[in-house]
Design a protein around this ligand. Structure first.
Ligand code: HEM
Ligand code: HEM
Length: 117
């Protein structure tokens, strides 16, 4: 079970790479307001949700005790991220502030995950 949890933590991190990487790769277009919500960002956000839920299940099955308040906040933040990326997925360009919000919220969740143990 332990190794399965570790594999899903790794997949969880690959999800972050796709979500945040989509933003980082477009930093230059932010100045001209020509950034967009790329498919990779959407897939990353979905990956976060799927692997996150699976990780909660695996930890429960393993008898581990998770910080449920932390998980709740992370889920709420991700729902906002997913909403933004999903709704704007077909737009040729989105306001840079929206892309910044996605990146900021993702970063917030990363620090929440690592600092609040
Ligand atoms: C059910 C599973 C998935 C399907 C059916 C799928 C499908 C696709 C398709 C069709 C594209 C091309 C979109 C386009 O350029 O118009 C794409 C791009 C991409 N996908 Fe996925 N994908 C899946 C899962 C994932 C996962 C798990 C990741 C990583 C966590 C991922 C990351 C990416 C990335 C980085 C791109 C590059 C496109 C970009 O961001 O501009 N995908 N995928
Ligand atoms: C953008 C959204 C998210 C980010 C950036 C994120 C980030 C992280 C990171 C960096 C870790 C590894 C460090 C650690 O173990 O604490 C982690 C673990 C974990 N995440 Fe997430 N996460 C997100 C969303 C979610 C969601 C929505 C859920 C649940 C539905 C979730 C559940 C978990 C669980 C269960 C673990 C491993 C257990 C543990 O904390 O020891 N995550 N997350």
């Amino acid at each position: 079970m332990d190794v399965v949890i570790k594999i899903f933590v790794a997949l969880h991190i690959i999800g972050i790479a796709a979500l945040l990487g989509g933003f980082l790769a477009q930093m230059k277009s932010l100045r001209t307001g020509e950034g967009r919500m790329t498919p990779g960002m959407l897939h990353g956000a979905f990956t976060m949700l799927a692997t996150g839920i699976i990780l909660v299940g695996l930890n429960q099955a393993d008898g581990g005790d998770l910080n449920h308040i932390k998980i709740g906040i992370k889920t709420a933040v991700l729902v906002v991220i997913l909403g933004l990326v999903y709704v704007k997925r077909d737009e040729e360009k989105v306001p840079s502030g929206l892309l910044g919000a996605v990146a900021g919220l993702t970063t917030f969740n990363i620090f929440l995950a690592t600092i609040w143990t």
